[in-house]
Write a protein that binds this ligand. Structure first.
Ligand code: LER
Ligand code: MN
Length: 271
């Protein structure tokens, strides 16, 4: 399993991304620390210097595992379940832009917070269908571009839609596409799942991406999650995707980046 680290530019301290600042500098830093890949979080992917990123990645022998779309929700309030159809359309258009850029970078695209929150639970099905329609549009382009979409299960304090592995598994079956996979995040799982290992096992081959953060969203080893067991379970289901570190930058970005890889490499070797 390969290790990826989240990088972002101009985000608040409370955002769960480790390395912050210019993307090119952080790609170099991630490579120096021994990461196989970076996960780029960007509000609008058209702002990325794609050629420069590819050049640095090639030179540093590192890849871009994934593009995160969530800043489009946090900063621009775009979502696939917004009551306003024009905003739903803009959200899908933003994800399409991510897919376009991801196809150049050889990356996958995360749909996490961008699915939004269902505002009127009395009309849950209607809003669920809006998300389905938006995702279908994105999936069509993803298939054409050879980009895999990762739909993330997110805890109840951030959204009321797709909180668990079971919810997400159930939702994606309607698409029956190898280009739409489940994305788990150990921080959210710790809040939602009865049994973390059981939830991972239940996703099986449908699992495409996983975020690692400890129970407190600090880097793995700084809380009380059993990463030894989590890694053993991922191995057990034959997981071949990335483990991407999406954690708070505490005690400091570089310390978290270095501490996480040291801890996880030891567990990966021992398992
Ligand atoms: C995104 O990957 C995620 O996990 C959300 O909690 C972001 O706030
Ligand atoms: Mn996540």
């Amino acid at each position: 399993m390969k290790l990826s680290i989240s990088i972002a530019q101009n985000v608040p301290a409370s955002a769960p991304f480790i390395l912050r600042g210019p993307y090119l500098d952080n790609i170099k830093k991630a490579a120096e620390l021994g990461y196989d890949a970076v996960e780029i979080h960007v509000r609008d992917p058209r702002e990325l210097e794609v050629e420069q990123i590819l050049k640095v990645c090639q030179k540093e022998r590192i890849t871009v595992s994934t593009l995160g779309t969530g800043l489009g929700y946090v900063e621009d309030k775009l979502s696939l379940t917004h009551p306003n159809a024009q905003i739903r359309e803009k959200a899908a258009k933003r994800i399409l832009d991510h897919i376009e850029v991801a196809s150049y970078l050889g990356a996958g695209v995360i749909v996490g917070s961008m699915r939004g929150v269902i505002p009127d639970t009395g009309r849950f099905k209607e809003y669920e269908n809006y998300a389905g329609e938006g995702l279908a549009v994105c999936l069509q382009k993803a298939q054409k571009c050879g980009v895999v979409l990762f739909l993330e299960a997110i805890n109840r304090y951030e959204t009321n839609f797709l909180n668990t592995a079971a919810d997400t598994l159930n939702f994606i079956t309607r698409f029956n596409s190898p280009y739409l996979k489940i994305h788990l995040d150990t921080f959210h799982m710790n809040i939602e799942e009865v049994d973390l290992a059981g939830a991972i096992k239940s996703t099986g081959r449908a699992l495409g991406h996983i975020h690692f953060a400890d129970s407190n969203r600090f880097y793995p080893g700084q809380g009380h999650l059993d990463f030894k067991k989590i890694i053993a379970t991922l191995k057990n289901i034959g997981y071949k995707g990335y483990i991407a570190l999406e954690c708070l930058p505490y005690p400091a970005p570089e310390e978290a980046a270095a501490g996480a890889i040291k801890y996880l490499k030891s567990l990966l070797e021992e398992n």
